[in-house]
Design a protein around this ligand. Sequence first.
Ligand SMILES: *Cc1c(COP(=O)(O)O)cnc(C)c1O
Length: 360
Amino acid sequence: MGERIYNFSAGPAMMPESVLARAAAEMLDWNGSGMSVMEMSHRSKTYAAIFEDVERSLREVMEIPDSHRVLFLQGGATLQFSMVPINLLPRTGRADYAITGEFSKKAFQEGRKVGEVRAAADLSGENFCRIPAQSELALDAGAAYFHYCMNNTIFGTKWPYLPETGDVPLACDMSSCILSEPVDVSRFGLIYAGAQKNMGPAGLTVVILREDLAGAAPASTPGLLDYAALIKSGSMLNTPPTYGVYLLGLVLDWVRSQGGLTAMRQHNLAKAAVLYDALDGSRLFKPSADKGSRSMMNVTFFTGDPELDGRFVKEAAAAGLVTLKGHRAVGGMRASIYNAMPMEGVEKLAAFMREFEKRC
Ligand SMILES: *Cc1c(COP(=O)(O)O)cnc(C)c1O
């Protein structure tokens, strides 16, 4: 077997090595069943037990209250950009969006196709380098929901606070920060996340929804896009992403073995600090996010010279530190350091940055 390398991809991203090893060990015969989880009918008793276990585990790890339902869906976070307005907008006919990056902008554009949505904040004029303060949010008390993206994967910013929106439910894209730290789920009307950053493989989308918010979609809504119908069928209106749900279960076991979300947060803060300290102490590299809005999952930086950036990315890859190229919307570099990125990977990157700077 070849060496595992440090992969700083924004997603699909690194998985904990022990999770991959366990999946490999269980691949041909899950728990004496004589088959792979991949081969099981989603309606079988054996698979139903796995599915229920994973939901129970997610509920425990995230402390999801009984008021909220969990859905395991397909379609990625991007389909939620449409499902959220289709299902929630009819409640009052208007919704607020905070535009703080590429994904929240796409969510806003999809919302627009469905009905009356407003930008409660729009940071595009500042190249999304920061998160707006609470006082900057132009909130509509009659909005059906306030949509925002907690961690902006592309720009490397994160909301440092939970927005206060009174009775207006929060609808939040947590794709790139879910399971990275504890969140008070009771404060949210809806949380969604594609799995491929912190939860498992692409193809699984997790939705956590306050149950009373479901049921407002128009009668013409396709069943697969209707939260109420999905809740009623237990996410089994059709075949759910069975293997992805199983892998999420393994990831949750791993999160628990690390000490749960409080320990995850400590670990993630420590990893991010290593990189931000390196950036703050550098004369060559500059962080692209403002200090008060920094993400602990996606660290974005640049030298100011695209050619030098390209050289850095290439030489880092040769040193076993791969996928550091920034998103095309920002340029520069991006180190995605989700839960599964070990501290050694981050330390190696910081050391490589210092060494590169000396040579330049
Ligand atoms: C990756 C990502 C998405 C897109 O997810 P898909 O699963 O590809 O649809 C949306 N929002 C955020 C914050 C992301 O990080």
